[in-house]
Design a protein around this ligand. Structure first.
Ligand SMILES: [Zn+2]
Length: 438
């Protein structure tokens, strides 16, 4: 077994890969410089494990306050770090610091040395080192959000460094606008003054076309953070009535935030409207499904089977199901098996649970055509995490394929061939990247 694994991994390590999903700064010079290793590494993911392990959220705020001496903060976090050290999130960071900084483990003895090496990495060239030289990433598909909460921040600035990234357009604000500022933003972006629902729809279409003209390669929705993934049919009239509610806050002084919560029928209508546009432009839409990042949310909202009516009604849209739907990865198997327009995306998955990722791959190779799976998306807000994650992805894929060779399902040449598909050819085809990544 281990010889077969070694041989496959050796080949997989040579592969250039397409990274289906990142949240990195769009240009390296936009990296936060006023930081340190704990502040950056605990932006997300492991921070949630630490809080789950018992670190109080107020203490967490102190741990990421780089004005407080580093060792004082390490002492606060150490027991929770130790309890979390075997999770995928912690393992990815360990792999990263080993390769990037030559430090064997993150612990009390090494944290100061790690921090001083990390601070040097804020100089230009680190993106190239991590993403290109170490991780062999051809391009990463970028969902550029400056803050952790995917719902709150909407960035219409489509420019990104084409050496590393391609843009994905987040459609959520069009479906779920939250304030008068959003409406003003849409007016500016579309050049259309929005007086009524018809204006709003015209503006929405123009904004999406604008994004495509500015090289967005796909659409993305992360609304499973805020509502169930079930988008029912609503009539134009129902949606219009709820849209009109938005204007009720217009009379308030401009010094007050004009916040609102659009009704469900409006949201449902808008999702169908956006998918209608996606169908006529032959687009792929990435859907967040499964586990929500952060502390506490409604997991059942993210069940990918709730999207079934959309798969049926929009056969011309390709649906890319994020995070392998974890923990609904068996549900995702059936969806990808039954629908020609549904694809599995393992972004974030290998660090959520390496074991679940390997087992899911073993199962999918049994029941889903291998041209429907993309094996890697880093899904990190900070660049160092990407290295550890892609290494785990390469190892997990190699383990699953080695098992299939061991079971007599395929030979090593076929296993290697499948690894090329999972890491490169499939995402190129699923996201129509041909001609856009050279
Ligand atoms: Zn993400």
């Amino acid at each position: 077994m281990s010889e077969i694994f070694d041989e496959i991994l050796e080949y997989v390590q040579t592969l250039e890969i397409i990274d289906t999903h990142e949240h990195l700064p769009a240009f390296e010079n936009l990296r936060e410089k006023d930081t340190d290793v704990l502040k950056e590494y605990l932006t997300h993911y492991l921070s949630c494990d630490l809080i789950s392990a018992g670190l109080h959220p107020e203490e967490y705020e102190k741990v990421i306050n780089h004005r407080i001496p580093l060792m004082e903060r390490w002492k606060k976090v150490e027991p929770y770090w130790e309890a979390s050290q075997h999770t995928g999130y912690a393992r990815a960071l360990e792999l990263s610091v080993r390769e990037l900084y030559g430090i064997e483990r993150i612990c009390g003895e090494t944290i100061e040395e790690l921090n001083s090496k990390f601070l040097k990495s804020l100089n230009p060239g680190h993106f190239n080192k991590v993403l290109k030289q170490k991780s062999k990433i051809k391009v990463s598909m970028l969902h550029d959000i400056p803050k952790v909460n995917e719902l709150i921040v909407f960035d219409s600035n489509l420019a990104c460094d084409q050496e590393f990234f391609r843009n994905v357009y987040p459609v959520d604000r069009l479906i779920f606008p939250q304030s008068g500022d959003d409406i003003l933003h849409f007016e500016r972006e579309s050049g259309i003054r929005i007086h009524n629902f018809t204006d709003y729809l015209t503006a929405a279409e123009k904004i999406i076309d604008n994004a495509l003209a500015h090289d967005a390669v796909a659409l993305k929705s992360a609304l499973a953070y805020a509502r169930p993934l079930e988008y029912e049919r609503a009539t134009h009239f129902e949606a219009e009535q709820e849209f009109n509610e938005i204007f009720k806050s217009k009379h308030m002084g401009s010094y007050l935030p004009q916040l609102f919560m659009p009704g469900k029928k409006f949201q449902d209508y808008m999702m169908h409207f956006v998918l209608g546009i996606a169908g006529t432009r032959n687009l792929t839409i990435q859907f967040h499904t499964g586990i929500q990042e952060g502390t506490g949310n409604y997991l059942p909202h993210s069940d990918p089977s709730l999207l079934t009516n959309l798969f049926l009604e929009y056969p011309d849209v390709d649906f890319d199901i994020f995070h392998m739907g974890y923990p609904y990865q068996d549900v995702v198997s059936v969806l990808a098996k039954n629908f020609p327009n549904v694809y599995i995306d393992m972004c974030w998955a290998h660090i959520i649970s390496p074991t679940a990722s390997i087992n899911a791959l073993l199962n999918w190779i049994d029941c889903v055509p291998v041209n429907k799976i993309s094996a890697f998306g880093g899904d990190y807000l900070f660049v160092d995490g990407v290295y550890g994650h892609q290494l785990m992805a390469r190892e997990n894929v190699s383990k699953a394929l080695a098992q299939k060779v061991e079971d007599g399902v395929m030979d090593i040449a076929r296993a290697n061939r499948i690894s090329e598909m999972l890491f490169f050819e499939n995402p190129v085809r699923i996201f129509k990247l041909q001609g856009k990544i050279e």
